[in-house]
Design a protein around this ligand. Structure first.
Ligand SMILES: C[S@@+](CC[C@H](N)C(=O)[O-])C[C@H]1O[C@@H](n2cnc3c(N)ncnc32)[C@H](O)[C@@H]1O
Length: 219
């Protein structure tokens, strides 16, 4: 978390956290030690896990309504999400819901450290220099997509890859056998895991909080 993020969290009257239906909040596990339950109202928002886009949108409007109701009479609130709030984040949905409810609401987005930057630092994996291109994608990567992506970018950062590592390792070995590869799971968390090379990533157990970095350069 950045210093500005921490200051904003400390000064908030209410803290909103994304959570799963099973009562898990990864975001909460990150900030737990900074919450002040005597002074702050802590509200977990159960995020939709549906595939239907319309259902997701309407659930986020419901969640935005909950946030809006809790922030009456000058109270301030923060919504905590993982990494940077502008990158594939639950904040994007909540922000849209809040704007839909009241377009004049004062909203601020505080930048965070993306999983791409965190993974690069943990794995000692430079992302780009000079005119290099970096492609950040959540797409499942098969051989054809991987080959095409590596034509356009020197470095790929693959998010949401937790369950497809065998397929990715096969694709890497067939279309980019000399690429540099690193997998970072749960960067910065107590159970962080860092693996190097496509053979090693094949063995990693599925985990949603996994980022894979691939570079055309072998260094
Ligand atoms: C919904 S996206 C959130 C991205 C986040 N807003 C960011 O700035 O990186 C979730 C994906 O981010 C990546 N991710 C989030 N936290 C991570 C962590 N601690 N270590 C590695 N990857 C992580 C994983 O690829 C995961 O599937």
């Amino acid at each position: 978390m950045t210093l500005r993020g921490l200051r904003t969290l400390n000064s908030a009257d209410a803290v909103f956290l994304p959570a799963t239906r099973g009562g898990m909040s990864y975001a909460r596990s990150i900030v737990e030690e900074y919450l002040d339950e005597d002074r702050q109202e802590i509200v977990e928002l159960v995020c939709p896990a549906y595939r239907d886009r319309a259902a997701i949108k309407s659930r986020w409007v419901e969640l935005a309504q909950i946030v809006h109701e809790r922030l009456g009479s000058g109270r301030t609130g923060v919504f905590i999400c993982e990494g940077d709030p502008s990158l594939y984040s639950t904040w994007i949905h909540l922000r849209a819901g809040l704007k839909q409810i009241r377009s004049s609401l004062e909203l601020r987005t505080i930048p965070g450290v993306t999983s791409v930057s965190a993974a690069a630092a943990m794995a000692d994996f430079p992302l780009a220099g000079g005119n290099d291109c970096v492609l950040i994608t959540p797409a499942a990567i098969d051989g054809a997509v991987l080959a095409r992506s590596l034509e356009h970018a020197e470095t790929l950062a693959l998010l949401k890859q937790g369950g497809q590592l065998t397929m990715l390792a096969d694709a890497l070995q067939s279309v980019a056998p000399s690429a540099r590869v690193a997998l970072v799971r749960r960067a910065g968390r107590p159970n962080e895991l860092i693996l190097h090379g496509s053979d090693a990533i094949r063995t990693a157990a599925a985990d949603y909080f996994t980022t894979v970095l691939i570079s055309r350069s072998e260094e």
